[in-house]
Structure formats: structure tokens, C-alpha cells
Design a protein around this ligand. Structure first.
Ligand SMILES: Nc1ncnc2c1ncn2[C@@H]1O[C@H](COP(=O)(O)OP(=O)(O)OP(=O)(O)O)[C@@H](O)[C@H]1O
Ligand SMILES: [Mg+2]
Length: 364
């Protein structure tokens, strides 16, 4: 793996303001991880986790207050303003609110970074045409941002960010202001940027589907700390950190909530279990569903039905959770659950408290 951004115990704190004067805000705490060259890395976490701070450091808009940060092979700490400006030229950025110049045409917006970088006029015109063609809005060159839809504005933002061929593209909530269909289109465009130009992309988002659809790596943050980082599939399918597990299950709606479990138990007699559908560990491609089906078929005394769940993909690999009701003689049901446990992660839901009990507190 070639690393393009490397955080080593990076911290960033801001002096406290107002009532919190004198008490620093720790926006980042000892963050250590590498961003792989050519990857699309998602950064997720609740509001205030430090995601934007992380991006502003990569972008050299702000300096770490501790640790070492290397971007494109250059150590940022100790760099002068002039060197930092040079570094920023190799990094493109797109934003939630697009940040376009409203008084300039689409073409002029895209041309701007080329003027800053000192490109000659003829070359600029050629590059702008090429970029607008690439993002699919060549016919809008003479229009103004106010005449464009959100998706078109973000295409302009992407064209502008790519103008000087940056090695890294940072996207801070770049699709959060777009409707789902437009989001899908913009994500597909980012994926094309990554594939065709080899641009390393860092995507900050609070939307899990953004990570699922385009990222190959993901970093999970909480209160300034990096909880977990790795290939998307590993982190989502087998989260190690309990806080990551909570974050992921709160955003992937395929495990039943406690209320749903209680309702399902009322509706269906039998034993309720939730199992994880994923790539069979150690087996490689393909999901564990075939083994699960074979196991269920081998025990005809147990009747199984799926009552809740979904199976989708993360990074083009199967992932989901299915909740089954298993009915039949106790020993057969036990054998099925034991067999399932050998194939995948099984969560057994406790049987509901017996009717008529006055022990309200015992029912969870
Ligand atoms: N310039 C600043 N001065 C003081 N505190 C700041 C500054 N910038 C960020 N912070 C604080 O640092 C913490 C992390 O902020 P940051 O903007 O990085 O979070 P975030 O994960 O991007 O959140 P969101 O999802 O809401 O955008 C927050 O507690 C925030 O209030
Ligand atoms: Mg932010």
C-alpha cells in the first residue's frame, strides 16, 4: 500500500470561547491512520466528531497542534505559508453548498483555479472545455450558477476542483444538499474521477449509503478520536469497536428494534433469531446464504420463515441481516441454532415474558 496522507498522533485543539474560555476544545485527539493512494475513503461520525477538522488539516487550511501529518510525501508541520500554498494546489475540494462564484459564469468558475495557477489563456480555454465535457455540462458553460440545479452546480464544483489535476479530492458533505437521484449521479461521477484519473478521494458524510456505494475504505470518528479504520466491508460487516457497532446498526436498518422484536414475537409462535448474511469468512467471494439454506433444509422438522431483514451490498459484497422464526421440536430448533452459529453470527431473541406475569420490569 502506498500512503498519500499519513496522520501520526495528530491532535487539533481550539481555544475555548465564551463561557468555556480557557477550556480548550479537542477537535482531534491522537489520530493515527493512513489514506491509501488511489482509494476512496469515507469519514463518518456524528456531528462534532471532528470530520471537517480532519479535512481542513489535510488541506493545510489549518495546522495540527500536535503530532505529524504528511500529505503527498511532504511533512506539513513546520512548512511556511508559501510551501503550504503550493501543497493546496495539489488538493481539490468540493462542498455541501457548492461555494461557486454566483457573479461568474460556469466556465469562469472552472477557469478560476487555472488563473491562480498561472495557466496561459489558450490552454485555460481548452482545459475548461475538457472539464465541462467530462462532468457532462458542456452546454451550460455560459450560464450562471443561479440558473443551474443542485446537481449541475456540484458538477461545476467538481470540474473546478479537478481543474489543476489534483492528486487528492476532498468532499465535505458534497451530496448532503442533493436529492437521492442526484446524489447517485454525483457519486457515480466521483467514482469515474477516481477510476479515470486515479485521484484519491476523501468523502466526509453522515450518510451510510454514500460509504456503501463508493468508498473502499472507511474511518469512523467519535468526539475527535478515530474509532476504527479499514476496508469498508471489514469495518461494516465485522465492527470491532462497540461504538462503531452502535453507529453502524443505527444507520443500517436491517436488525429489528426491541419494539419490533416484541411485535414479531406476538405475531409468530416459535423461536426468533437474527443472523448476519455476509461473505463466508475464509471462503472469499459469495455469501454464507447457501450454507444457511443447506442447514435449514437438513432439518425438515424445523419450519423456518424470514420475518424481518434485508440483504444488500457493501463495496459490491453481500451484507445484511435476516430474522427468522424457527418452529418445531425444541431439540431440532436447538440443533439448527447451533449449526447456524458455526456459519455466522447469530443473535437469539429472548422469549417474551409469560402472559399474566406482574413483573413488568422483567420485560425488556
Ligand atoms: N474554529 C473552531 N473554533 C473552535 N472550535 C471549533 C472550531 N472548529 C471546530 N471546532 C469544534 O471542534 C469539534 C469538531 O468539529 P468539526 O467541525 O470537525 O466536526 P464535524 O464532525 O465536521 O461535525 P458536523 O458533522 O456537524 O459537520 C466541534 O466540537 C467543534 O465545535
Ligand atoms: Mg463538518
Amino acid at each position: 500500500m502506498t500512503s498519500i496522507v499519513s496522520f501520526r498522533d495528530v491532535s487539533k485543539s481550539y481555544p475555548g470561547r465564551g463561557a468555556a474560555k480557557g477550556k480548550p476544545v479537542h477537535a482531534l485527539r491522537d489520530v493515527t491512520f493512513d489514506i491509501e493512494k488511489g482509494s476512496i475513503t469515507g469519514v463518518i461520525g456524528y456531528s462534532g466528531a471532528g470530520k471537517s477538522t480532519l479535512v481542513r488539516l489535510i488541506n493545510a487550511l489549518e495546522k495540527p497542534t500536535g503530532g505529524a501529518l504528511t500529505v503527498s510525501g511532504r511533512e506539513l508541520t513546520g512548512m511556511g505559508e508559501k510551501q503550504l500554498r503550493g501543497l493546496r494546489g495539489g488538493i481539490g475540494m468540493i462542498f455541501q453548498q457548492f461555494n461557486l462564484f454566483n457573479s461568474r459564469s460556469v466556465a469562469k468558475n472552472v477557469e478560476y483555479p487555472l488563473i491562480v495557477a498561472g495557466w496561459p489563456k489558450a490552454k485555460r480555454a481548452e482545459r475548461v472545455a475538457e472539464l465541462l465535457e467530462f462532468v457532462g455540462i458542456a452546454e451550460k458553460a455560459r450560464q450562471y450558477p443561479s440558473q443551474l440545479s443542485g446537481g449541475q452546480k456540484q458538477r461545476v464544483g467538481i470540474a473546478r476542483a479537478l481543474a489543476t489535476n489534483p492528486e487528492i479530492l476532498l468532499a465535505d458533505e458534497a451530496t448532503s444538499a442533493l436529492d437521492p437521484e442526484t446524489t447517485t449521479e454525483v457519486l457515480a461521477l466521483l467514482k469515474r474521477v477516481n477510476l479515470e484519473f486515479g485521484t484519491t478521494i476523501v468523502v466526509i458524510t453522515h450518510e451510510m449509503h454514500v460509504v456503501r456505494s463508493i468508498c473502499d475504505h472507511v474511518a469512523v470518528m467519535e468526539l475527535g478520536s478515530l474509532l476504527e479504520h479499514g476496508p469498508v466491508y471489514d469495518v461494516f460487516a465485522y465492527p470491532r469497536n462497540p461504538a462503531t457497532q452502535k453507529f453502524i446498526s443505527s444507520t443500517i436498518a436491517d436488525k429489528p428494534s426491541a419494539d419490533t422484536v416484541a411485535r414479531l414475537q406476538q405475531l409468530h409462535p416459535g423461536r426468533l433469531v437474527s443472523i448476519t448474511i455476509s461473505e463466508a469468512p475464509g471462503v472469499g467471494a459469495g455469501s454464507n446464504q447457501r450454507d444457511i439454506s443447506a442447514l435449514l433444509a437438513s432439518r425438515p422438522a424445523v419450519h423456518d420463515s424470514v420475518v424481518y431483514g434485508s440483504v444488500t451490498e457493501i463495496a459490491q459484497r453481500p451484507f445484511g441481516s435476516l430474522t427468522y422464526v424457527l418452529e418445531g421440536p425444541d431439540e431440532d430448533v436447538d440443533a439448527v441454532i447451533e449449526g447456524l452459529s458455526k456459519i455466522t453470527t447469530v443473535q437469539q431473541w429472548p422469549a417474551p415474558a409469560a402472559a399474566g406475569t406482574d413483573d413488568e420490569g422483567g420485560r425488556r
